[in-house]
Design a binder for this molecule. Structure first.
Ligand code: AR6
Length: 171
């Protein structure tokens, strides 16, 4: 069973087997978590992302999917890049958001890793409301059939931490 843990912090500080990146379809970097991971992890990550674009993902990585690269100089072995959906008030994209977590864990299992740090995918630039995103994230990880032993949610500020803590307690 996966142990779900929550911490307030920066995902680039996490010593885990794999950190999940809230990327965009281009895989070529951006702001938020993505910017922080590429800045601190260094150019080896971008080199592998470019190679992915030149091979399997010529059209980019679709939302809801996940793919791994090296973590470069981060204190992790792998980065698992996933692309969250942009929040929409008139279209329910929650299945795509849940898929980000499920597919990231599937890639983690393929890599044979045990500890994975997740950000709150889609809750920044992609504007997903925190309370709803926390529920979707936790439900998806709880439901996953995975050999990952720790899924660590790394929340960047107190409102995000509080939303996840409330959702984890189930109230
Ligand atoms: N560690 C942990 N969480 C963080 C960090 C960090 N270092 N930095 C920000 N957060 P976002 P998205 C939180 O915008 O909404 C990028 O430009 C942040 O407060 O990183 O999925 C990509 O290239 C928020 O709660 O990801 C895409 O274009 C959460 O991480 C787009 O943003 C996610 O915010 C993806 O948007």
């Amino acid at each position: 069973m996966t142990n779900i843990t929550l911490i307030l912090g920066d995902i680039t500080d996490q010593t885990v087997d794999a950190v999940v990146n809230a990327a965009n379809s281009s895989l070529l970097g951006g702001g938020g978590v993505d910017g922080a991971i590429h800045r601190r992890g260094g150019s080896d990550i971008l080199d592998e992302c470019r190679a992915l674009r030149a091979s399997h993902y010529g059209g980019g990585l679709p939302a809801g999917q996940a793919v791994a690269t090296t973590a470069g100089r981060l204190p992790a072995r792998w980065v698992i890049h996933t692309v969250g959906p942009v929040f929409s008030a008139n279209e329910d994209r929650s299945a795509t958001l849940a898929s980000c977590y499920r597919e990231s864990l599937r890639v983690a299992d393929e890599l044979g890793v045990r500890t994975v740090a997740f950000p709150a995918v889609s809750t920044g630039v992609y504007r997903w409301p925190l309370t709803d995103a926390a529920r979707i994230a936790l439900d998806a990880v709880r439901a996953a059939d995975t050999s990952v032993t720790e899924a660590r949610f790394v929340l960047f500020d107190q409102p995000a931490y509080d939303a996840f803590e409330t959702a984890l307690r189930g109230d």
